[in-house]
Design a protein around this ligand. Structure first.
Ligand code: PMP
Length: 429
């Protein structure tokens, strides 16, 4: 596979962009090698600047659930663009979006549109702190909520110690306010709330974790957190930046039947344009400026072109059977990958949610961060490059969920499984 043009671009990029990229995982740091540069994308495929085609299981990290460059989304964007790119005054599409979100996700009585998932989560915890008058927040080891200071915190030496910054530039005094729990551990959550419950403004969780590979909540776990936070007067915040509109029309909260106080979204609601949103109970959201004192603002928030792309995408996923079909494809892919691994004699398990999956180089069922990080990362690296060389693009990290789109058909999935037969042999080393 010729990648000379990508290589030349990456050489130029490294001179002017930190690591040659505008977001770290894109640099292939954890798998080695160099990223390819995209020329275009359509349906389930990406083409690089050297003309190579890849079946894409990243989907721009989540937004492209309808497939790349879907004609309906492209048409909505083109039509909206004709009237101007940004107005700085309210536009009708923002109202349409807020109403649409409330219709799909009943807990979103009110929403505020922002420009990224990061903005959504950091605004949601400001609201949680402002509304409760408390300072501490709780997050889970292995969950990612964007790059806000309060989230760039890892667990201290024990689960009940205060957080440690995991980036220079995050003050220890702020990290002290972030408490970190092991995902799927009932007792640790009980113990932490028993100690600090009265100081906790909110608990934020990915209701299906997609940033430590893909880990589903244990039976009853989200319900347990719902009860625990309510008991202690803390807000439950679901970060549905990945799961929103992906795992069900109403996100993970619909799939599991648990209603959070606040939720955060991104990715799919922008259809590929930069968008985020946070929302929840009216009485909480009414405390956001200008109707309340908790400040949050954005020059480009509610951008008409972004709203148009998001609304067109939400229209598409409203089609009957959309999510069931995606779940069927997810099983076809994961069953195929497991069978191919078995035939190659490589221990592999998968975790699955509609249109979202995790592949683990282990023979154990993976339910925790500790298990996810104990998998054979070297085998993943070899597998990743084996797939790439065969025209399949997986997330370039052992700790990212994979995504399917409505555009992946059975032939694409079967071609992926066929590629995996060779790549698993490579992974064996
Ligand atoms: N929350 C979750 C669950 C995410 O997966 C991400 C990004 N992958 C974010 C928040 C941050 O979103 P953004 O990159 O748009 O800032």
């Amino acid at each position: 596979m010729n990648t000379d043009t990508s290589h030349a671009l990456f050489t130029r990029a490294q001179a002017r962009l930190p690591g040659g990229v505008n977001s770290p995982v894109r640099a292939f740091g954890s798998v080695g090698g160099e990223p390819f540069f995209a020329a275009r994308a359509e349906g389930p495929y990406l083409w690089d600047v050297d003309g190579n085609r890849y079946i894409d299981y990243v989907g721009s990290w989540g937004p492209m659930i309808a497939g790349h460059a879907h004609p309906a989304v492209m048409a909505a964007v083109a039509e909206t663009m004709r009237h101007g790119l940004s107005f700085g005054v309210p536009n009708a599409l923002e109202v349409d979006m807020a109403e649409r979100l409330a219709a799909l996700v009943p807990s979103l009585e009110m929403v505020r549109m922002v420009n990224s998932g990061t903005e959504a989560t950091l605004s949601a915890i400001r609201l949680a702190r402002g509304a409760t008058g408390r300072s501490r927040i709780v997050k889970f080891e292995g969950c990612y909520h964007g790059h806000g200071d309060s989230f760039l915190v890892k667990a201290g030496s024990g689960a009940l110690t205060f957080g440690l910054p995991n980036s220079p530039g995050v003050p220890q005094s702020l990290a002290d306010l972030t408490l970190t729990l092991p995902y799927n551990d009932f007792e640790a959550a009980d113990a932490l709330f028993a100690l600090h419950g009265a100081e906790i403004a909110g608990l934020i969780i990915e209701p299906i974790a997609g940033n430590m590979n893909c880990i589903l909540p244990r039976e009853g776990y989200l319900q347990h957190l719902r009860a625990l936070t309510s008991k202690h007067g803390a807000l439950l915040i679901f970060d549905e930046v990945m799961t929103g509109f992906r795992v069900a029309p109403g996100g993970a909260q619909e799939l599991f039947g648990v209603t959070p106080d606040l939720s955060t979204f991104g990715k799919i609601i922008g259809g590929g344009m930069p968008v985020g949103a946070y929302g929840g109970r009216r009485e909480l959201m009414a405390q956001v400026a200008p109707s309340g004192p908790i400040y949050q603002a954005g020059t480009l928030s509610g951008n008409p072109v972004a709203m148009a792309a998001g609304l067109a995408t939400l229209d598409l996923l409203g089609a009957p059977g959309f999510h069931d079909a995606l779940l069927g494809k997810t099983h076809r892919l994961c069953d195929g990958l497991e069978a191919a691994a078995r035939d190659a004699g490589v221990p592999v398990t998968t975790n699955r949610a509609p249109a979202m999956f995790g592949l683990f180089f282990t023979d154990q069922k993976v339910e925790s961060f500790a298990q996810a990080t104990a998998c054979d990362v070297a085998a993943f690296r070899r597998f990743f490059h084996g797939m790439l060389a065969r025209g399949v693009y997986l997330a370039p990290s052992a700790y990212e969920a994979g995504f399917l789109s409505a555009a992946h058909d059975d032939a694409d999935i079967d071609a992926t499984v066929e590629a995996a037969r060779g790549a698993f042999a490579d992974a064996r080393g």
